[in-house]
Design a protein around this ligand. Structure first.
Ligand SMILES: Cc1cc2nc3c(=O)[nH]c(=O)nc-3n(C[C@H](O)[C@H](O)[C@H](O)COP(=O)(O)OP(=O)(O)OC[C@H]3O[C@@H](n4cnc5c(N)ncnc54)[C@H](O)[C@@H]3O)c2cc1C
Length: 294
């Protein structure tokens, strides 16, 4: 199918984009990489009268690696972030997750900020923003504001962005020294949305685990972080009770059944993937392999 007719707007600056968004109100939709929006328009699941295409907006296409965070502009494609060596050195978790986002053709066009704004709990990057305790930088007619990940994701495909606000960037904070990360997911075919996915960040100091967290793909309503420090904190990576951590994950997730998998299968997968990535992250933190130490 083809989309319903719409007016195409091509602002050149953030100010112009915000001004157009304010004019078109709830009849407008922002177009970034189009990898989620265009299929929705083609299937006529949405028929906005105006598309505010941000692809010509200047100043929002940079990856900036700072001492505290990796800042990703709204026009940075998944592939640019995936291959950005500075971003990888600062936060290996970004690339660990991005290689699982769809296929290269989609990563060449789709944006990381667009994926987060789309807020699909089956998307990898919303889970990564949650695990890093990241922030969305938004600008609208009422000015600029920063929204913490925990306040950003409100429900399935629902965020706290107002309809006249543009997400200009997201910031992924770097982890504390001694932290290593891992990501794994299971999909029916590589590049498909995951049946279940888990990201983990584990901090090891003086040989013992001081912090362990994970976040999830496709098995929770909204991206959420589970703090497992109570379960494995104080243990050495080699002897920590990873089975108990997996059990805590199975109790935390709330998967739904669909044509691809039952809820029980997804829950089992989430637990097993969590056991593997938590254990791997802890071992890497202990040996500093893959560590995101500064
Ligand atoms: C076949 C296929 C498989 C895919 N598989 C996966 C997968 O496995 N994992 C995964 O995570 N994703 C997957 N995707 C989606 C892909 O990652 C998209 O690129 C991403 O979800 C959206 O980014 P985009 O730039 O294309 O956004 P668009 O499609 O342009 O926009 C998506 C939504 O976000 C809004 N939006 C976009 N940018 C902004 C902004 N700066 N400020 C405010 N709102 C904004 C739009 O208005 C729209 O509502 C897949 C897509 C396809 C077509």
């Amino acid at each position: 199918m083809k989309p319903a007719p719409f007016v195409h707007h091509a602002p050149r600056s953030v100010e112009e984009a915000v001004s157009v968004l304010a004019q078109v109100g709830h009849d407008g939709k922002i177009l970034a990489g189009g990898q989620s929006l265009i299929p929705v328009l083609n299937m006529r699941l949405a028929s906005p009268a105006h598309l505010v295409d941000i692809n010509r907006v200047t100043g929002i296409d940079q990856v900036e690696v700072g001492d505290d965070a990796v800042r990703v502009g709204a026009l940075v494609r998944h592939a640019e972030l995936e291959y950005h060596e500075g971003a990888y050195a600062a936060l290996p978790l970004l690339r660990q997750a991005l290689v699982n986002v769809a296929h290269p053709a989609i990563r060449n066009r789709g944006t990381t900020v667009g994926s987060i704004a789309h807020a699909d709990a089956a998307g990898e990057m919303p889970a990564i923003l949650a695990l890093t305790g990241g922030v969305v930088e938004a600008t609208g007619p009422r000015g600029a504001r920063e929204i913490a990940a925990v306040d950003f994701f409100q429900g399935p495909l629902e965020t706290s962005l107002a309809e006249d606000e543009l997400a200009v960037a997201v910031r992924f904070p770097r982890f504390a020294p001694g932290t290593a990360t891992a990501f794994a997911e299971s999909a029916r075919r590589h590049g498909d949305y995951a049946l279940a996915g888990v990201a983990a960040a584990v901090t090891v100091r003086d040989g013992v685990i001081t912090d362990a967290r994970s976040s999830f793909v496709s098995v929770t309503d909204v991206p959420s972080v589970l703090d497992l420090t109570d379960v494995v904190g104080g243990s050495e990576p080699g002897t920590a009770d990873w089975a108990a951590a997996a059990e805590a994950v199975r109790a935390h997730v709330e998967p739904e059944a669909d044509i691809h998998a039952t809820a029980d299968y997804r829950r089992m997968l989430a637990g097993e993937l969590a056991r593997r990535v938590l254990c791997q992250a802890a071992e890497n933190a202990a040996t500093t392999k893959g560590s995101s130490d500064r």
